[in-house]
Each structure stands twice: as structure tokens, then as C-alpha cells.
Design a protein around this ligand. Structure first.
Ligand SMILES: NC(=O)c1ccc[n+]([C@@H]2O[C@H](COP(=O)([O-])OP(=O)(O)OC[C@H]3O[C@@H](n4cnc5c(N)ncnc54)[C@H](O)[C@@H]3O)[C@@H](O)[C@H]2O)c1
Length: 363
């Protein structure tokens, strides 16, 4: 029988979504769960077999788990991940990786000093269309990519209770407070990171008591000189479009649908043909399925709450631990996706001034 990786899950809201995969794979075992709210533990009791249940995170880490899935409120991710890494426990952290530069420093120091692996579970990078576009981009089909944009437009404000941590960390600060989904997607395509950000916002109109602008726009300059525009909006009353993204290169363009009736489309320059600009036309992205990563080819019908991506994201982490390889979104990549959002808060408070984004590889 395959060796089973003993995993603990902290935070049983989002964390419980990973139970079906972890309890069905042959090489994983849910050895422990943890939530400070006993009712949350009660809710999963019949799905966790003989796993031990804890209300204290540190006690769970001491119980013999080899890896931990950190799905607690956002401001706990950095410190809890660092605590696990310091004990040599592998970490799969929910997004975002951290909520301050101080937390980022603590996380990087812990990862550098640890033999354990760290991965941030940015699931949008594993979504079928985005993973396909990534491989097309890496194969050069779009030429030199100089512009990309993506939205996270998701009316989270009226979620039940809009739990206190969301009020503080999503709506109680300005700038891109939850942008790893859109930014991670496009940085993965560009194989690049952000060096500076300008951010402006609309101000708060929908709920004037919140600090976060209803919409903020981040304009990011990347190290390769590309421009990336990110719209962040968790307030506006409207259907969600949190999977809109697009890119433009010297050889072509990709655009995701903004809503269900639309399609994923590309227009690529055929170097063999001289096309009159008036002859440019859209093709379906799915005509390029040969560029899909293997995990999507092998499980074409994969489905979960996030278009099949959650299982593949978690699988990449488990494989990296069991095969001792580098996780696809390691601590530095996690901070590439996270830190521009933290710096955008400074920019928007300075009326959109350009703010440099630190690269933690160099610190
Ligand atoms: N990647 C994605 O698509 C995605 C989707 C949803 C949520 N998330 C992220 O996952 C995280 C959790 O989101 P959620 O919707 O489940 O939030 P939630 O507030 O519903 O659940 C968080 C849980 O953590 C528990 N908790 C609080 N402090 C704890 C501690 N010290 N130790 C253990 N448990 C503790 C709470 O009791 C609660 O049950 C958030 O950071 C969120 O941004 C990511």
C-alpha cells in the first residue's frame, strides 16, 4: 500500500471542502482537524473517520501530523504557516499568504529555515482555461505579452454574518485586499512578478461605513515591463464575475467570458499569412486543447466548486511533498501574488502614487 501522508486541517469552513479528496486518495490521510469553534468540528465528525479533533492549532501540530492545510481566517495564514514550518511540518496555505509585510518576513524566514515545503493554494492557476492559456503563453503563441487584466468582482459583502475577520481584513482596509486570484492567474501566464503598483479607488458608496473602496483598480508594472490591470470589488450589487481575465501579446490575444453566455476566445496571428487587420477574427480557446496540462487531459470531467481546480491544486502540493519536488507556488511565488495587494493599500492612500513592490527573494 502507498505511504499515506498524515495531514491536519485547520479551519473547517473552506478547509472541509478538501475532505472528499484527502479521504479518498490512497496516499493521504486526514489525521487531525482543528477549529476553535466546536460546532464546526461537530459538522465534519462523521466524515473524518478516526482523525483527532482539536480546538487549539499548536496542539494539533504537536499531534504527529506531517502536513497542515491552513484554511483559517486570512490574517492567521502567515503566522500559522510559519509556526508549522518551524516545526518541520509541510504547509498548504489558503490565499492570501499574509496580511502584512511583517508577516511576509516571518513566513520567508520560517520557510528558509525549514526542511518542510510551503505551497499557497492559488486554485485559479489550475482552472482549465487558465492552465491552458498558461501553456499557450509559455509556448510563445501570444508572442511577447505586454498587457493583461483580470477582475475579482464578487459580492462577498452580504455573506452570512460577513464574519468579523472579513470586516477587518477585506472591508476594513483599502486597496486590493483579496487579489491573489486575478493577479496570480496573470502572473502565472506572464512568468513574471510585479515591481510597482498604482492603485485608485471609487471610495465607499454601497456601505459608507466600510473603508474598502467599492471598486479599486491596481495598475501593476512587471519586472519584464508588462502592464497588468486588476479590478477588485467585493461590494457592488451585481452577479459575480471573478474569473474574467485577458491578455494581449505581439502575436495574439485571449479573453475570458465576462458571463455565462460568452465564450473563451483567442485571436492568434498566423506568421505564415499576411492578414489584413480587418480580417482578424475570434476562434475558440478550446481549439487549442492540445496545450492542456496532463492533469486536465487525464481527468477532463473533473469538477468541484472552483471548476475542478481545487483538487488539482491540492494534488500538486501532495505530490511535491511525496516526491520531494518544488511546489508550483512556493513561498516566493505566493508573495509575488500577495504583496502587490498589500502595497496597493499604500498607493491608494497616496492618491494613486507609484509604490515599489519588494521582492522577497532578494531580502
Ligand atoms: N481559494 C479559494 O477559492 C477560497 C475560497 C474560500 C475561502 N478561501 C480562503 O480560506 C480562508 C477561510 O475561509 P472561510 O470562508 O472558510 O472562512 P470562515 O470564517 O467561514 O471559516 C474559518 C474557520 O476557521 C476557524 N478558526 C478561526 N480561528 C482559528 C484558529 N486559530 N485555529 C483553527 N481554526 C480557526 C473558524 O472558527 C472558522 O470555522 C480565508 O482566508 C479565505 O479567504 C479561499
Amino acid at each position: 500500500m502507498a505511504r499515506r501522508l498524515r495531514i491536519g486541517i485547520a479551519g473547517l469552513g473552506r478547509g472541509s471542502h478538501f475532505l472528499p479528496a484527502l479521504t479518498s486518495w490512497e496516499d493521504t490521510e486526514v489525521a487531525a482537524v482543528c477549529d476553535t469553534d466546536p460546532q464546526m468540528i461537530e459538522k465534519v465528525k462523521d466524515r473524518i473517520g478516526r482523525a483527532r479533533a482539536f480546538e487549539d492549532y499548536s496542539e494539533m501540530l504537536d499531534s504527529g501530523v506531517e502536513a497542515v492545510l491552513v484554511a483559517t481566517p486570512m490574517y492567521m495564514h502567515g503566522p500559522q504557516s510559519a509556526e508549522a514550518l518551524r516545526r518541520g511540518i509541510h504547509v498548504f496555505s489558503e490565499v492570501s499568504a499574509a496580511t502584512s509585510l511583517e508577516q511576509c518576513r516571518e513566513l520567508v524566514a520560517a520557510a528558509r529555515g525549514s526542511s518542510a515545503k510551503y505551497m499557497m493554494g492559488e486554485n485559479c492557476c489550475f482552472m482549465k482555461p487558465f492552465a491552458l492559456v498558461r501553456n499557450m503563453a509559455r509556448a510563445g503563441l501570444f508572442g511577447e505579452i505586454y498587457y493583461a487584466e483580470a477582475d475579482y468582482v464578487h459580492e462577498v459583502r452580504p455573506f452570512p454574518g460577513a464574519e468579523r475577520w472579513r470586516d477587518r481584513w477585506l472591508f476594513g482596509r483599502r486597496g486590493g485586499t483579496y487579489i491573489t486570484h486575478p493577479l496570480g492567474t496573470v502572473l502565472d501566464w506572464l512568468d513574471d512578478c510585479v515591481v510597482a503598483v498604482n492603485c485608485v479607488g471609487t471610495g465607499a458608496h454601497v456601505d459608507r461605513e466600510k473603508d474598502n473602496d467599492d471598486t479599486s483598480i491596481m495598475l501593476c508594472t512587471t519586472s519584464k515591463g508588462a502592464l497588468v490591470k486588476i479590478r477588485h470589488d467585493q461590494m457592488s450589487p451585481r452577479p459575480m464575475t471573478h474569473n474574467y481575465a485577458a491578455l494581449q501579446g505581439t502575436n495574439g490575444v485571449y479573453e475570458a467570458p465576462r458571463h455565462g453566455a460568452d465564450t473563451h476566445r483567442v485571436c492568434l496571428l498566423d506568421p505564415a499569412e499576411k492578414i489584413d487587420v480587418s480580417g482578424r477574427k475570434w476562434e475558440s480557446l478550446w481549439d487549442y486543447e492540445e496545450y492542456l496540462p496532463d492533469y486536465w487531459r487525464e481527468s477532463p470531467e473533473s469538477e468541484d466548486a472552483h471548476g475542478g481546480s481545487d483538487g488539482f491544486t491540492l494534488r500538486a502540493f501532495v505530490d511535491s511533498v511525496l516526491e520531494d519536488t518544488q511546489p508550483p507556488i512556493d513561498v516566493y511565488r505566493a508573495l509575488d501574488f500577495t504583496v502587490p495587494g498589500l502595497m496597493s493599500e499604500l498607493s491608494v492612500r497616496q492618491g494613486g502614487a507609484r509604490v515599489a513592490v519588494p521582492n522577497f527573494r532578494l531580502m
